[in-house]
Design a protein around this ligand. Sequence first.
Ligand SMILES: Cc1cc2nc3c(=O)[nH]c(=O)nc-3n(C[C@H](O)[C@H](O)[C@H](O)COP(=O)(O)O)c2cc1C
Length: 347
Amino acid sequence: MKRIYYVSRFSDTLRPEDLEKIFDISARNNPQNQITGFLVCLGNTFFQVLEGPDKMVDRLFFKVIVNDTRHKEVLCLKSESGMTTRLFPDWHMKVFDLNAGGETLPFAFSQMLTALLESQYVIAQYTQPSVFHMLEKGVNPTLVSPCKKIATVFFSDIIGFSLFSQWLTPGELIEVVNSHIEMCTQVISQHGGEVTKLTGDGLLAYFSQKQSDAAIAASLDLLQEMKLRREKASGKSPLRYLYGGVGLAHGTVYEGNIGFALKRDFTILGNTVNLASRLESYTRQLEVRLIMNQESVTSAKRQWKFISLGKHRLKGQSSASEIFSIQELGRLNVREIYRVIEEEFSR
Ligand SMILES: Cc1cc2nc3c(=O)[nH]c(=O)nc-3n(C[C@H](O)[C@H](O)[C@H](O)COP(=O)(O)O)c2cc1C
């Protein structure tokens, strides 16, 4: 058996008849599907517990509820499986409408619940997707054992960021950083990668062992998106000079929980991660937009037009190794970008 706890918001203003409809549907479907639990409704926010056979709970939550257009911001808080008894055997969906009667539950309790739910939504925005996927699967991320795996590490950051940071207003600076993060997270998730960390103006992500081509495709899409964003930016917007460099390194990474109670990260580390970061910094020196290691090239299946950038001994490496880019990306005149940023924004 499985039990899922989730919160969500009603996409419209919730009327008593809407709640009645949900109640009727639940009363009809849940006994057939052996689902029990309860639903708390507070303002436009719901908190629901669903328990029953694994398949039925998964179907109701992941297929039906998550796709119900009346819901938005559905957030799984916890998932448990393997239990043999129900917590709410008699409730085929007991509904607590906290809006209906202040007497049902004391005002103070409903305030507490609102604050808790609000904080869950805020925290969710700061939590990386991989941690949420674990919670949804019923895995406690803090108990996951570290593991070693092969991956393609993706590292991207903004060219000329320290120049920007000298002259832009805080609002402009955050706009530049957020645009970069937004584009990166979009292309990375579209190509099946995982963003693990924001590193100020940069971002660390990874793709699984079999996704070498996806990592390259995501890098090209990101650089193309940046070009479009620059062309669309108007007037004095600093986005007209938003350029990024990308480093890709394929190799062994270690994944696990780093840190303790006060600050914990579920992330990847190891030489491959350092290498991706160094390759990314090296884009400035070699004046290219993307640099990848030999293993990224050999593990790719698609027919990319790779170009060799020669053999280089990067910081921390014992010997020189050949690095590559993609032909169609051409060169990048980094000094010219620095010069224009300086000219435009040093007031
Ligand atoms: C907050 C909320 C809770 C819901 N809970 C249940 C539930 O426990 N069981 C259920 O079958 N449908 C529930 N629904 C409705 C489903 O999202 C979906 O509309 C319904 O299952 C479709 O049923 P039908 O295919 O029989 O029309 C809920 C909807 C909302 C907005």
